[in-house]
Design a protein around this ligand. Sequence first.
Ligand code: ZN
Length: 304
Amino acid sequence: MTKPNFYADVALDRAAHLRDDADWLAASLAAPGTVIIPVWRARNLVVEGEAPRAVLLPLARAAALVAAARETVLLGLQGETAYFAVDLSHLDDPSGLPIDEGSFIDLRLVGALLGRGEAGLLAYAKGILHWHSRHRFCGACGAPTMVRAAGHMRICTSAQCARPHFPRTDPAVIMLVSDGVRALLGRKAEWPQGMYSTLAGFVEPGESLEQTVAREVAEEAGVMVTDIRYHSSQPWPFPASLMVGFFARTSATEFHMNPDELEDLRWFSRDELAAGGAGIARRPRSDSIARRLINAWLRGDEPR
Ligand SMILES: [Zn+2]
């Protein structure tokens, strides 16, 4: 794979070696050119419009946000410039903050319209701050946790426990099942009208990724698959998934759709899918790995 999937195109050095360097962190959080990426209740700061763009604030304009932040996380470095995400979710109304452009909106609504680099930055900031918001207390003993490693770890404040907690990502598989000529795509009732997509599901404890692919296809479509081949992966911060993309083959001629999982399931020829957007063969959103798997299949570009 040469080009990362959308939301994975983050041109930062994550600089893990600096996360415990208190002097360097303090200097970075005093440097006017340091970039601040604010997040409020899982929403990112974006200037909306036909060509939306992320608001990446130089510290010179964002010192009040850093001072007000509940969490400050070092995202990494671009050259000599440090990038930090700040969480403002504890404030009831972010409009009281001294922010002179943009508004806090759901990345899901604008992500696909942003530049790839900006979308990746916002996804990273949103994703790691989501983890902080869900790990303010120790999952083992219930005591409060506190931030360490510039926001890449939390530690339990109970002296008896003192467990470290690290950012979590939930792996999910997503797979294009084909019989060689047709692709098996499903739709969920809540999706946009006419949209069909690849099957997907979360990995369970004790499973390999390939076993999850086989189990999910069997559960949702009643179909056995072989030739499970990895394609690519994608962080999907809605809220905390890593989508791991596969192709799989089936020789089944019939399927048995699980109505608890899907509203419809169909075979599609390449011609039907290539018509994209028209009729019932609307493809998934352009920022998704599902779309990329389908496009790769349309080109005959499956891993073998
Ligand atoms: Zn604990």
